[in-house]
Design a protein around this ligand. Structure first.
Ligand code: ATP
Length: 733
């Protein structure tokens, strides 16, 4: 890679476009004071991306643009382009010629171009880092900055050396990786925060979804169990109702039959009123028998009286014959009294004794009452016969009635037996009917129980629809049950119902109300979680990879830096000895801790190392001049400082040669002898880097292959011309 040329237009004193081509290893730019030589050096800094206005000797962007001169108007913008020959592809992935352009407008805005394509400043810096042209500008030593590296702070010096060693590219890459790492960590924090935010929500939704899934499983289980239960139960109820209806109908029929049989029997019994008629008939017989006997007794008594009358008449006749007769009045009185007593007498025997007592009384009276024995009533034969015939007739009647009574009693006995048999029959029928009534009541109770089961079953069906809205009720009759279902099978069905109830309770406890949004949200959050997890894994991988990259870069920078320091020291000592004719010089890595202020127990403020801050590093320069005892760099003269700076700069450039090195009057402070040594050194240096030297030094001019003269006329604008050595010497003056 070689520097080809630089085009400057409108930049500071260069109003017209000028072109400097760099065909020689050493190009010298000469000219009088104030002609614009340093503006060329600055133009290099400008195009390479310098951001410090101070370094560009300006206060604002507008100061960089030609601000007019004598008869010349201001330039609208300043533009500088620098071209490199890239045939060796030092710039990766670019063309044979790489041109970097920077323009600044009066409003201070900047435009960067790489091969006419607008880019960002960062792209320019990274591109240049590929060829060891760093932002510290260590390869451009401006006027009066010969000892810049000496004046720099250790940390700045370290950066300049890193830049010089070509480690800046790695530094950029490291910084880039660190930025990415920080971004990745921030991103990781965001992802973790999102995960933390989502986690409880997802946990809740997961529970809901799992609950719902559990409910679905239970519902399926319920559906399966209830399908069988429902088919069995509907079959059972239907069949049982049919059977019971038939049974009840049959029992009712039987009862009806028995009722009519009982009715018939009762009818028969009611038709059989013989017992009562028997009673009446018997009563009639008894009454007529009584009447007959009463009449017969009356007749007997009458007949007896008549017989007594007859006997008395006979006795009286006989007495009259023998004794005086008893007066009739007395006798009549006795007869009347006897008749009355006989009427009252109950039996024939008592009548007889009454008659005998009458006879004795009459006998006594006969003795005393001889004068008064005249009889009032006389014996009537006709009446006697009539009465006797009547009594005979009554006796016949009595005998007939007694016979009839006997017959009636016999008939009554058999009729009672018949009635008793009929009653027995009715009783048997009633007992049978009662048995059927009992059976009917059992069957009705059974029917009630089935209807209760049916009501419950209907209720179950309603409830199941609430839990299983799409449940299909089976009409299948072909269940495993048969009409001979036994208690065990029924018990099994009841146990199934209990397990159905348990399932229903379980489902209701879990809740059936899960809105579809829950599933959508769960799916969304699950996907988000998976995405975040993947993101987290990617970031973790990225963080690990970036940390490894940073570590590798850090190690590379550290190793290369240490190696570089050693190499620089070898070259530095060499250049130093060349310039100073002996002595020693080396650079060293310096650890720079960060301090913090603390208050001591005495109340004083003390500075102590802050262990929480990382250790920083810098570079120190150690020199030992021959024949002199100099302990610090401050004690050196300006020339000595310039020489040491040059020695170190050249040493760095020797270790990692930059593509070009611009030295603006670095040789200004050198005496003749040192100018020669300086000239030797730049010749040595030019073997590895292109040199652009702004100089007034004749010795230096002498070493240049190409010389440009910069002059400024009365217009206040710089002009450029290619000149030879002699002209250069003249121009330089
Ligand atoms: P020396 O040899 O003394 O160091 P030099 O040749 O390096 O001088 P420069 O410092 O390059 O000179 O140029 C300074 C000149 O540039 C001054 O004459 C200054 O007026 C001119 N100049 C600076 N900025 C502008 C500008 N914006 N427009 C026009 N001219 C400018």
């Amino acid at each position: 890679m070689k520097l080809k040329d630089i085009h400057i237009q409108g930049y500071k004193s260069f109003v017209q476009e000028i072109e400097l081509t760099f065909l020689s290893a050493i190009t010298g730019i000469v000219g009088p004071n104030g002609s614009g030589k340093s503006n060329v050096t600055e133009a290099f800094r400008f195009v390479l991306g310098e951001q410090s206005m101070k370094t560009l000797r300006a206060q604002r962007g507008e100061d960089l643009i030609f601000n007019g001169g004598n008869g010349l108007s201001t330039a609208p913008y300043a533009s500088v382009s620098i071209s490199f020959d890239n045939t060796d592809r030092a710039f990766e992935k670019l063309f044979d010629t790489v041109t970097i352009t920077r323009k600044v407008h009066r409003d201070g805005s900047n435009v960067y171009l790489i091969n006419d394509t607008e880019v960002k400043i960062r792209d320019v810096i990274e591109l240049l880092a590929q060829v060891n042209i760093g932002a510290t500008g260590h390869h451009i030593i401006s006027q009066g900055e010969a000892d810049r590296i000496l004046n720099a702070k250790p940390e700045e010096r370290k950066e300049m050396i890193e830049d010089g060693l070509g480690l800046k590219l790695f530094q950029y890459r490291k910084q880039e990786s660190e930025k990415k790492l920080n971004k990745a960590k921030d991103h990781m924090e965001e992802v973790l925060a999102l995960e933390r935010e989502i986690a409880p929500q997802l946990k809740y939704l997961k529970k809901q979804v799992e609950k719902r899934e559990r409910v679905d499983v239970l519902r399926k289980e319920l559906e399966a169990v209830y399908s069988v239960y429902q088919a069995n139960e509907s079959h059972y109820i239907k069949r049982e109702k049919e059977l019971l209806t038939k049974r009840i109908a049959s029992i009712t029929y039987e009862i009806g039959q028995l009722d009519s049989a009982i009715e018939k029997e009762k009818q028969k019994m009611s038709d059989h009123t013989l017992v009562d008629s028997f009673k009446k008939e018997s009563e009639t017989l008894r009454s007529s028998l009584f009447d007959i006997r009463t009449r017969k007794d009356a007749l007997t008594r009458e007949i007896t009286r008549i017989e007594v009358l007859k006997e008395t008449e006979e006795r009286m006749r006989m007495r009259q014959e023998t004794e005086s007769l008893v007066p009739f009045s007395l006798f009549s009185q006795a007869i009347d009294s006897l008749a009355k007593e006989i009427t009252i007498a109950q039996t024939v025997e008592s009548c007889k004794s009454l008659v005998e007592s009458f006879i004795s009384t009459v006998t006594k009276l006969t003795g005393t009452q001889k004068q008064n024995n005249i009889q009032d009533e006389t014996y009537n034969e006709e009446k006697y016969k009539q009465l006797s015939a009547e009594r005979e007739n009554l006796e016949k009647n009595e005998a007939r009635v007694i016979h009839e009574q006997l017959l009636l009693e016999q008939e009554q006995g058999s009729t009672i037996l018949k009635a008793q048999d009929m009653e027995q029959g009715v009783l048997h029928l009633v007992t049978q009917k009662n048995t059927f009534e009992q059976k009917k009541s059992d069957a009705l109770r059974e029917m009630d129980r089935i209807i209760e089961d049916e009501v419950q079953f209907n209720q179950d069906n309603i409830e199941i629809l609430a839990l299983l809205p799409r449940f299909v009720f089976q009409q299948n009759e072909n269940t495993h049950q048969n009409s001979n279902e036994n208690i065990a099978t029924r018990e099994l069905q009841k146990e199934t119902r209990r397990s159905i109830e348990r399932l229903k309770i379980h489902i209701e406890e879990l809740g059936t109300e899960t809105s579809p949004e829950v599933f959508d949200e769960y799916t969304r959050l699950t996907e988000r979680t998976i995405y975040l997890e993947k993101e987290r894994n990617d970031i973790t991988t990225s963080i690990t990879s970036l940390e490894e990259t940073i570590q590798t870069l850090q190690e590379h920078i550290h190793t290369q830096f240490s190696i570089g320091i050693k190499k620089i020291n070898t070259e530095f000592e060499q250049f130093f000895k060349t310039l100073f004719g002996g002595g020693k010089a080396y650079i060293d890595i310096l650890k720079i801790p960060t301090y913090k202020k603390i208050e001591t127990p005495d109340g004083e403020v003390e500075q102590v190392i802050d262990p929480s801050e990382p250790m920083r590093y810098g570079v120190t320069i150690h020199i030992s001049l021959p024949h002199k005892k100099v302990s610090t760099l401050d004690q050196l003269s300006g020339g000595e400082r310039a020489l040491i700076s040059i020695a170190l700069l050249f040493a760095i450039s020797q270790v990692t040669p930059p593509p070009f090195l611009i030295l603006d009057e670095t040789d200004a402070a050198l005496d003749e002898a040192n100018s020669r040594r300086y000239g030797d050194m730049i010749e040595e240096l030019a073997k590895k880097s292109q040199l652009i030297l702004v100089t007034h030094n004749r010795e230096t001019m002498y070493r240049a292959g190409t010389l440009y003269g910069v002059t400024m006329g009365k217009t206040g604008a710089s002009t450029l011309l290619s000149i030879n050595f002699e002209d250069a010497v003249k121009v330089a003056k």
